[in-house]
Design a protein around this ligand. Structure first.
Ligand code: NAP
Length: 435
């Protein structure tokens, strides 16, 4: 019997479990360990609440979760309740599928002023991540600035701009829905330090901005390269840039009925965030691109008055004591998923934060091949029995998959009533629910 521990219950974790089941059949026991009492990681806490079709992939993970040889071990923090070293002693393979939940640091003066929020916190807040229950973002101002030209920046700009009615059918949490409805937002400016041909925004997500009820995108036609240059782009990117061209062509008369403007400010690098005890403005420098398409400052600066800055400049994997880590890339040091025989990483913890949910699937399958090569065919490791004994001895309250299902059923019943979800799952509630 092989014993595999997977740390992290997001997409990368469940694809790895699925691959291990296919490879080893009845000859494997898999524990999926998560610090939170609920599974699915990025699907639940990262994917935007109004993108339900993307979230639907969790049904596939549930099939794996409910099989006999897979167990969800929630509310167990690796590094605190149990160490990676201890897990390596108990399991034939330990797979780190911990994602990249930490923001890359916005390293500019004023980056720590109240009112500057990282995307991990803001996205976590509207998705009900328990770590961000008390975020209370300042939404009273009229202008919010979003830094970054990736899909997370788009998610954040869209969520800030939607009406309450537009969240119908989403699973946004109630407190965020109320706060966003009361917000004073009239302008959302998306700062990109490079140009329209360098965005990391995909066409479907960009196109959504053209169909919002009260908000309309604004692109300065002057920022767009010559139309002929679009032919050099790969097709997806060309589609995205075509959306930007459509946004630039929106007539002023159309804007009259819209109360929110989503402004794309290209060639604009954040320099400093200023204010007396809280964000009041952001100082920006105009940029140009060098031959390698890197941005450099031109010396021309200007300020944008704003009371909220959300930095969406990418994520990193938190290091774990004793596990080799590549600081520059914000991920575990690995060769194609192998950190060392017996210890592996998958998904964003392996590659860094890029690609779609589905990109994690081949990672899981590839790492299982490495496990098969390395594993000592179950040389008497204790696996889950050993983990249970250790956690019991340390008084750790483990949450099982069946415990979380009770919470989920309550959430679904609320949604059926038309009430928004309250997704700050508290361990005490789970235990009270009979876990
Ligand atoms: P991302 O795609 O890597 O984009 C990060 C953006 O931040 C880039 O535009 C980058 O500009 C900019 N940036 C980085 N450092 C900066 C700095 N110091 N100052 C100003 N700008 C800076 O990251 P992401 O948006 O967090 O997305 C992460 C992954 O999740 C991506 O693969 C994304 O596609 C995926 N995702 C997908 C969806 C979806 O499919 N619906 C939704 C959300 C996220 P440069 O290019 O100049 O470095």
């Amino acid at each position: 019997m092989r014993h595999i521990a997977i740390i992290g219950s997001g997409p990368a974790g469940y694809y790895t479990a699925e691959a291990a089941q296919k490879k080893f059949g009845d000859d494997v026991r898999i524990d999926i360990i998560d610090r939170l009492p609920v599974p699915f990681g990025l699907i639940r806490f990262g994917v935007a609440p109004d993108h339900q079709s993307i979230k639907a992939v969790s049904a596939r993970y549930e099939k794996v979760a409910l099989s006999d040889n897979v167990r969800f071990v929630g509310n167990v923090s690796v590094g605190k309740d149990v160490s990676v070293d201890e897990l390596q002693g108990l399991y034939d393979a330990v797979v780190l599928a911990t994602g990249a939940p930490n923001d890359r640091q916005l390293d500019i003066p004023g980056g720590d002023l109240p009112g500057v929020i990282g995307s991990a916190a803001f996205v976590g807040w509207y998705n009900g991540h328990p770590d961000f229950a008390d975020l209370n973002p300042p939404l009273d101002g009229r202008h919010a600035v979003v830094i970054g030209n990736g899909n997370v920046a788009l998610d954040v700009a869209r969520i800030l701009s939607k009406t309450r009615a537009e969240f119908s059918g989403s699973d946004i949490v109630g407190h965020a829905l109320d706060a966003l409805e009361e917000a004073g937002t009239e302008e959302v400016t998306i700062l990109g330090r490079r140009g329209p041909h360098q965005i990391a925004m995909t066409p479907k997500e960009l196109g959504e901005l053209g169909h919002l009820e009260r908000a309309t995108p604004r692109v300065d036609a002057e920022d767009l390269p010559d139309l002929g240059d679009d032919a050099l782009l790969e097709p997806g990117m060309r589609k995205s840039v075509t959306h930007l061209r459509e946004f630039a062509a929106i007539p002023e008369s159309f804007r009259a009925d819209k109360s929110v403007s989503i402004n794309f400010d290209f060639f604009a690098a954040p320099m400093a965030i200023e204010g007396d005890g809280r964000v009041e403005r952001i100082r920006v420098e105009r940029t140009e691109l060098d031959e390698q398409l890197r941005s450099f400052g031109t010396g021309e600066t200007y300020t944008i008055d704003c009371s909220l800055v959300i930095s969406c400049i990418g994520y990193q994997t938190p290091p774990i004591d004793g596990v080799p880590y590549e600081h520059g890339r914000g991920r575990f040091a690995n060769v194609e998923g192998r950190i060392l025989p017996g210890l592996y990483c998958v998904g964003w913890a392996r590659r860094g934060p890029s690609g779609t949910i589905g990109t994690n699937r081949p990672d899981g399958y590839a790492v299982v091949e490495l496990i098969a090569e390395d594993a000592n065919n179950g040389a008497g490791r204790q696996g889950r029995a050993g983990l249970d004994a250790l956690l019991d001895q340390r008084g750790v309250q483990v949450v099982k998959y069946s415990d979380w299902k009770k919470i989920e059923e309550a959430e679904i019943a609320r949604a059926r009533d038309g009430s928004p979800r309250e997704k700050f799952v508290r361990i005490a509630d789970m235990i009270a629910a009979g876990g």
